[in-house]
Design a protein around this ligand. Sequence first.
Ligand code: HSE
Length: 339
Amino acid sequence: MNLLLIGFGAVGQGFAEILHEKSARLQERGFAPRIIGVITATRGGLYRRDGLDIPALLAAAAAGSFAKYPQQAGLRRDVSAQGMIADGAADALLELSPTNLETAQPALDSCLAALEGGLHLVLANKGPVALAYPQLQRAAQARGRQLRFEATVMAGTPVLSLAQEALAGCAIVSARGILNGTTNYMLTRMEAGMSYEEALAQAQALGYAEADPAGDVEGWDAAGKALILAQALFGAPLRLTDLAVSGITQISAADIAEAKARGERIKLIAELSAAGGEVRARRLPISDPLAGVSGASNALTLETDLLGAVTIVGAGAGGRETGTALLNDLLAIARAENR
Ligand code: HSE
């Protein structure tokens, strides 16, 4: 399976590392993915029909520019995303560029071009799914291609496949959880005495935060994930205006200490139903299972009609943690193609 990547930040690099480490094991299972093209906003682009060398790609990214990638036969450095798609050698596009929750662009145009060009589409970028899922789904169906986006919510923790595949016979009536790794990490570190600024800087250094971390701390990242969940869980095309959104910018170390003294913890909680929802910081009693979710972990409780509450807890952010979802989505595409 030949892959194009748009974006090569923490997630793209984490995915490439995993692919390289697991390549022998994947080949034993009859799955041989190759990265043939990568386009970035800041490091340049690379395209080679016979595949790019992953260690060299990672080294060039670490050095800050794909100009450091060694010359190889058939290598092109000047292709656009549309040019790579139009060349016809790729099987899937991985959209991993920074999320834009206002317009979903420029990613949305690349996603539509990929589907219209007959490629499968896998996203870690939340914008196109949160704002334009029906349009993407129509384009995918028109060409018989797959659209997968497990990486957009709770990193590699398989919350979408849980809801859509494992619980396919249930109706999900509501959901409540922690959907942002950066803020959960910050709140955990602040309870241990770290300042807001230092905790945010660490979350950025660990690859948890968005390119612009305002989206994390103001609640918009969790809200974007809530829109994706509304679509995936309830088939409800909600908009950001259907959600009441606030973040943790107003939370001080003193608030956290006071909550702790009362046997409570402050968490950024998302609540969602088909009618709308909210994202806001709440004080939870320490006995609430969500109060025990720490660091960059996330959790989501699904209220189902047949099974009651089902809760999933796991990684919520991080390059390799999110790259894991991309690999699992690609394996799902390969399984469906071989059926
Ligand atoms: N910035 C996001 C978070 C990354 O912290 O949860 C994962 O979507």
